[in-house]
Design a protein around this ligand. Structure first.
Ligand SMILES: [Zn+2]
Length: 572
């Protein structure tokens, strides 16, 4: 169902994300305005909706009026009607459900952009489909730029033969290309790539690798086997060019808008931040971004980046310092207090020396930085808490909002320390959709830990922020909400949920994903609830997620996304 959009009187066009208008500032008062709303009408009104505000004073309304970036009224259709003037754009929600826009507290947009610029060949059912998928992406690259990707599998094709350089040349001779097979052990290059890398019929096989040749002509076929041979090409492939980086980021942020994300807290490179800045200056940034800085960088460099990037603009600013204390549970590199149950000689890897960590954290905290530690295992979480305790002891009390990213496995008793030290647990419920398959094997029985312990955190008064770790997991917040309420795998089960005592009611899951994430970036005063005086960051969904059976959450669609009173995505 399309939402209907109309202007009060004039036929105003829908506000275009990529039009000439930049983000609007606060509205100017009309010269003859009185304090009555009729003389200072809204720019945009959502009406006839089922709107969940997240505001305990008034949890449900039918209509919202916005001026510039801000909400000026929220109430019944009648109450908000008086804000509609001749130039007001009116969106009839036709009963659709709307709520505060999602705030993803943990993403890696730069990494996702690089993935977007690679061509996905997984699942192609024929050589022709492989060629088509590459051809469809040609316009994303300028001539001369490398095109890469992976995932082809010739055993799925009717031909059942390896692809050749000629197969790729038929798609383009203007771009060097290299595509690895699904297993990563072999890959195919086109003629231009072979030429640029100096691979001819005379090139000898490198030790441990093989260059395949046409039995008739003796020319290379384009197929390279094993790392040693593939590296002859791969070592020559440059990183993303500036235009590719921008194109990748545009694809990523458009995907975020399609998923109802109006704010993201991002761990990417400074070059990515500069692209966001450029997009913002062109009025093309559809969501708000807080950029993390690397904890281990020298302090003077961090201070320079903070100054250069700013720390107060609600659209784009620098934020916490991100430090890595361990790895991941899946790869058995998360730092545990006792060895892995399925790898008894291994307790994971603590990536920093605890004493160095304390020294650096105290110094960076004193310079006014917020600190966020990646900690997955119970040992890494304990070290994070010890460090935050040392910081407080050294530098005294202030509103510092220390964070632990992931906080997946926490030793018994340590959740209380999160609360006592007022450390935010920035967690990703969607990880459970993958991890629940093997976490019990990693941890074994009888270990005294809390795992993805959202409800225990809540009961102890720990503040939670939610996100996805995109692109490690898809950016869809609905997957996270589904995991949060059910603790079941995407296909359902285990029956009743995995460690079901840690489920949360949907209202809590939503709050963590909106207001909770806003708190983690010092923005809870203006984001995370729909009420007058708050930023107009809103998502419209295909169903009332507070009332549907939890198993239907994965089928809910995003209908419309508004950031700062602008429609940045609308379902077609
Ligand atoms: Zn991450």
């Amino acid at each position: 169902m399309r939402l209907s959009v109309a202007a009060g009187l004039a036929a105003a066009a829908i506000v275009s994300l990529f039009g000439t208008q930049g983000p609007k500032s606060m509205p100017q008062q009309e010269s003859n305005s009185s304090s009555s709303p009729a003389s200072s009408s809204a720019d945009l009104v959502l009406t006839k909706g089922a709107i969940y505000t997240g505001d305990p004073q008034r949890p449900r309304v039918e209509a919202i009026a916005m001026r510039g970036e801000w909400i000026v009224a929220a109430g019944s259709n009648d109450e908000v009607h008086k804000w509609i003037g001749p130039k007001t754009q009116v969106v009839d929600l036709r009963g659709a459900f709307a709520m505060p826009g999602f705030n993803d507290a943990h993403v890696h947009f730069g990494y996702a952009a690089a993935e977007k610029m690679a061509v996905a060949i997984e699942g192609a059912r024929s050589l022709e489909e492989f060629q088509r998928r590459v051809r469809d992406r040609l316009s994303d690259f300028t001539p001369g730029e490398w095109i890469t990707g992976r995932g082809w599998d010739h055993t799925l094709w009717p031909e059942k033969r390896f692809p050749t350089r000629q197969d790729l040349d038929a798609v383009s001779r203007d771009h060097p290309m290299f595509f690895a097979r699904v297993d990563g052990h072999v890959g195919v290059a086109n003629s231009l790539a072979l030429k640029l890398c100096g691979i001819t019929r005379e090139t000898a096989d490198p030790p441990g690798g093989r260059i395949l040749h046409d039995p008739k002509t003796g020319e290379p076929t384009g197929m390279l086997e094993e790392d040693a041979a593939m590296d002859l090409v791969r070592s020559r492939i440059p990183g993303l060019s500036a235009t590719q980086r921008r194109r990748g980021i545009e694809l990523v942020i458009a995907e975020a808008s399609r998923n109802g994300i109006t704010s993201a807290q991002d761990n990417s490179d400074w070059a990515d931040f500069l692209v966001y800045k450029q997009l913002k200056s062109e009025g093309k940034l559809p969501l708000r971004i807080t950029e993390w800085l690397p904890f281990t960088a020298p302090l003077d460099q961090l201070e320079a980046l903070r100054k250069q990037g700013g720390s107060s603009d609600p659209w784009l600013k620098t934020g916490p310092l991100k430090g890595f204390l361990d790895g991941s549970l899946g790869s058995r590199t998360a730092a545990l207090l006792a060895p892995y149950a399925d790898d008894p000689g291994n307790s994971g890897i603590l990536r920093m020396d605890p004493d160095d960590l304390k020294k650096m954290a105290i110094e960076r905290d004193r310079a006014g930085f917020q600190i966020a530690f990646h900690a997955i295992g119970d040992r890494a979480n304990r070290v994070a808490l010890d460090t935050f305790a040392a910081v407080r002891a050294a530098n005294g009390e202030r509103d510092r909002r220390d964070r632990v990213e992931h906080a997946q496995v926490v030793a018994a008793g340590n959740i209380k320390r999160f609360a006592a030290l007022d450390v935010i647990a920035s967690m990703q419920p969607c990880h459970l959709l993958t991890d629940a398959r093997w976490t019990d094997a990693r941890l074994g029985k009888g270990r005294s830990v809390d795992v993805h312990a959202w409800n225990s955190m809540k009961k102890h008064g720990v503040r939670l922020a939610f996100g996805t770790d995109y692109p490690v997991e898809p950016i869809s917040p609905l997957r996270g909400l589904y995991a949060c309420v059910t603790r079941e795998l995407p296909e359902g089960g285990p029956a009743g949920g995995w460690r079901p005592q840690e489920k949360l009611p949907i209202e809590d899951c939503i709050r963590n994903y909106t207001l909770g994430s806003a708190y983690a970036q010092f923005e809870e005063q203006r984001k995370g609830q729909l009420a007058p005086g708050k930023l107009a960051d809103i998502v419209v969904l295909s169903a009332d997620i507070t009332r549907i059976p939890p198993h239907e959450l994965l089928r809910v669609q995003v209908r419309m996304t508004l950031t700062g009173g602008r429609i940045v995505y609308e379902e077609r």
